[in-house]
Design a protein around this ligand. Structure first.
Ligand code: NDP
Length: 338
């Protein structure tokens, strides 16, 4: 069976050669363990942070001597744990980047393949979905008629943020990196204005476009990207604006620190409240999130997109694609048959 290792820690943009696929034996489960077969694995931007041995982050760096880890939906093949039986499907944060693995079930959650497609538990109904929902409902608390600006709007997190914003009665402006993504945002996700940020050379140009799309200013900004997006959002902030600082993918591959936004002072004069958050802070709200979003999904009121890569060998390509914008919506890898 196969597993993906990091050959070396990437410098700058990760490349195929930083990864290596190794063959290993299928392990057998001991007492208190179960053998799981990965069906779907997730690639997520936070994994880039774990590929820096020198940076202190909220999760420890990956080792070069063990397979990579990440979110996965897996089938239980053999279980020595009460409560888990052969044929159950589980989602956990370790099964990614490998075909088979042992689990103690401590951080596994059973999922129902009849409620949603299995891969959705890695995206719209999984960690990115909870992130979107938490940032919107627990931090931004947008009110009807307010303007919500979302960067990384067509991705796994951003696409749900946009739609929750519309459901809450906001004017929603999303930014994304291609015409295809912007079309999806406006035609499918119901976003009022989608900006292709690649049309704008700098924060000044993006500010003009955002100001035109948000004549009353930006009340809520959901930050996924950083850099010129944050600068433009601050330039256009309304009085009492709020920001949910979720991620800053534009800087994850920087070799040198990004020069800071030159207009942070706007936060002062405009009374902007900004708060960083990590989704793990909201794990106890996962049920509330599911109760709100799963029915909306079933009723077709929330849409989601997936970019499916076939086979574990494609995992590095899928991961690298996150930083090049090659995924529509959530990027997932089909590791084995459902
Ligand atoms: P996505 O599905 O949105 O995939 C990444 C997308 O980011 C790409 O498709 C690309 O879209 C965009 N992107 C990549 N590089 C750049 C760049 N230099 N400038 C602008 N856009 C870029 O990923 P997720 O939805 O999973 O994650 C979105 C953000 O949320 C990330 O910053 C991530 O770290 C963060 N996050 C934070 C969590 C938390 O707990 N705080 C939890 C989960 C995610 P495009 O074509 O538009 O450029």
């Amino acid at each position: 069976t196969k597993a993906v290792y990091l050959k070396e820690y990437p410098a700058g943009m990760p490349a195929d050669g930083d990864f290596v696929v190794k063959e290993m034996d299928v392990p057998s489960p001991g007492a208190g363990e179960m053998l799981c077969r990965t069906v779907w694995m997730s690639v997520d931007p936070y994994m880039r942070g774990r590929m820096r041995p020198d940076v202190k982050s909220y999760i420890p760096p990956f080792s070069l001597d063990a397979p990579l880890e990440g979110g996965a939906v897996s089938e239980v093949i053999e279980s020595n744990i009460d409560g888990y039986a052969t044929g159950d499907y589980v989602v956990d944060f370790t099964g990614g980047w490998k075909e088979y693995y042992l689990s103690k079930g401590e951080r596994s959650q059973k999922v129902d393949p009849n409620l949603a497609p299995l891969s959705a538990y890695l995206g719209v109904l999984g960690m990115p979905g909870l992130t979107a929902w938490a940032g919107v409902t627990q931090i931004l608390e947008p009110k009807e008629g307010e303007t919500l600006f979302v960067s990384g709007a067509a991705g796994a997190v951003g696409s749900l943020v946009c739609q929750l914003g519309k459901i809450k009665g906001c004017r929603v402006i999303g930014s994304a990196g291609s015409k295809e993504k912007c079309d999806w945002l406006e035609k499918e996700a119901g976003v009022d204005v989608a900006l292709n940020y690649k049309d704008y050379k700098n924060a000044g140009e993006l500010t003009k476009a955002l100001a035109a799309a948000a004549p009353k200013g930006v009340n809520c900004y959901f930050e996924n990207v950083g850099g010129m997006h944050l600068e433009a959002a601050l330039n256009c902030s309304a009085l009492g604006g709020r920001m949910a600082l979720c991620g800053m993918i534009a800087v994850y591959n920087n070799k040198e620190p990004e020069p800071g936004p030159s207009n942070l002072i706007n936060m002062v004069g405009r009374g902007v409240m900004a708060r960083g958050f990590i989704v793990s802070e909201y794990m106890d709200k996962a049920m509330e999130f599911a109760m709100e979003v799963a029915p909306l999904l079933a009723q077709g009121k929330i849409k989601f997109q997936e970019s499916v890569y076939e086979g574990l060998d494609k995992a590095p390509e899928a991961f690298i694609g996150l930083f090049k914008g090659e995924n529509m919506g959530k990027a997932v890898i089909r590791v084995g048959p459902d």
